[in-house]
Write a protein that binds this ligand. Sequence first.
Ligand code: PNS
Length: 156
Amino acid sequence: MTTAIYPGSFDPITNGHIDVLRRASKLFDDVIIAVLENPSKNPTFSVNDRIKLIKDSILDLKNVKVDAFKGLTVDYARQKKAKVLIRGLRAVSDFEHEMQMAQMNKNLYPDLETIFLVPSVENSFLSSSLVKEVSILGGDISNVVPDAVNNYLTKR
Ligand code: PNS
């Protein structure tokens, strides 16, 4: 059994995250999408809301669990006996930061492999912060986020 964790802020989840998650769910026996609980990052949505929005968006993905974590990602991975860490790689702009994290995580937990998955082109330029900005200003985000997130943001 290979368990992979897919950690992130998911504030909120977008179609880009879902794209990566779908790919991971085909590659690994179990995937845990792990929401970082870190108030110092000043998230827009509570952890519970972020978890609920993810759950409502992935009802068909039977081998994916949703969880929250605090502290270091490597400690969470050890606790879950996960040997694979999934990250999405969208554009060159992601590369440097992702490499830094992958190298640091490798240093902290040598048995953990970071695997980068590339979303399709239409999902490659999405970010949670851009989605929130457009939504707050009244723009249509229905084709870049799951329905659950679109409904939630529209109501807010
Ligand atoms: O969705 P994000 O904000 O790009 O995800 C970043 C995340 C949560 C994966 C990263 O900030 C993280 O791993 N935070 C947990 C604390 C930690 O382990 N920091 C050291 C990373 S090398």
